[in-house]
Design a protein around this ligand. Sequence first.
Ligand SMILES: [Zn+2]
Length: 398
Amino acid sequence: MSPAVHYWNYPTEIFCGADALDLLGQRCRLLNMGRPLLVTDPGMLTLEPFNLLVAQLHRAGLPVAVFSELGANPSLEDVQRGVVAFQSGEHDSLIALGGGSAMDAAKGIALAACDPEGLERFEWSQIIERYPSLSDFPALGLPPLIALPTTAGTGSELGREAVLTDTRLHVKRVISHPQLLPACVILDPQLTRSLPPALTAATGMDALTHHLEAFCSPLYHPMSSGIAVEGIRLVSQHLRQAYANGQDLVAREGMLVASAMAAVAFQKGLGGVHALAHPLGARYHKHHGLLNAILLPYVLVANQPVINADIARLARYLELPQPDFRGFLDWVLALRAELGIPHSLGEIGLDTADADWVGAQAVADISSSETNAQPLNAEQYRTIFCNAVHGVLPGVRP
Ligand SMILES: [Zn+2]
């Protein structure tokens, strides 16, 4: 494809709002889902969203079968166990209830259960070469998936990717196939109101980071840029309130929409924050959103020379009192502090012993290849990481 031609695509059907969950039975029927496997994380089994969803399945006369043997960062082994559950239960479809881990695991199960050649050929590093557009992928007839997020951050419900941890190599593998996009997404704020404040903060900052890194990506995708700008405004409007009062369904819905929009925005790519957070999450098992939230200001300052004008434009749209890079950075720092997020990676127990490894892994991550605001090398990533460990934020240029 000529570089002057841009390839864009947009997502699936979405039902959004309080009580959208009531549509679950009807959507299962329309998608011919007679024996769905419900994929969720083990912590969800005693919580309100799980009970609400099971009640809907009972009401629709659908059997309830649950697979919940997942880690917080789902692994390739978790997926294999899920495939056994899917096949031995003769399931025909999947329902994912949870955050990114449940949704990514469900996608991995769908693909691994149907593809005899394994997941490797759909790994991100392979697919750009092999499958440059959606219609180049082989049609695998994957089972339909309905996604119901219980956090507002990952946006996995609107993505065609699954992030799965390779526990042998301590790296995250990004698997992509067009049929991994859920057939239907239900954004119901009732499902996020029991999310504790610390997770509301970390996942919300993940959504903000998705929008911001997509906005700063140099790839040409004006539709995604527009979505990112409005998504950041939604975060600025709703995240504090969702954190302060989890029962506020307006704020919860605002964050669910912002999070889902972010997955559309980051068709434009992610950047240095994710390039660092991916290896750190795989090695140290820290929450993805928390890592992003801590790293964000350090990467913003490193990228400042190339994003200064765009960030000033964004600051004007957000009507910040100081509509320039400094004002925007201050807004991020204040938001982070209000949400109880530490300023340094040192405060969550990381040190710089593996800094060389972190720098090398960040360069190799897909988020840094072409879509960080500017190319960064391993030494630059190493420096950003060390600054973030020690809480040293370099000065902002005038
Ligand atoms: Zn993320």
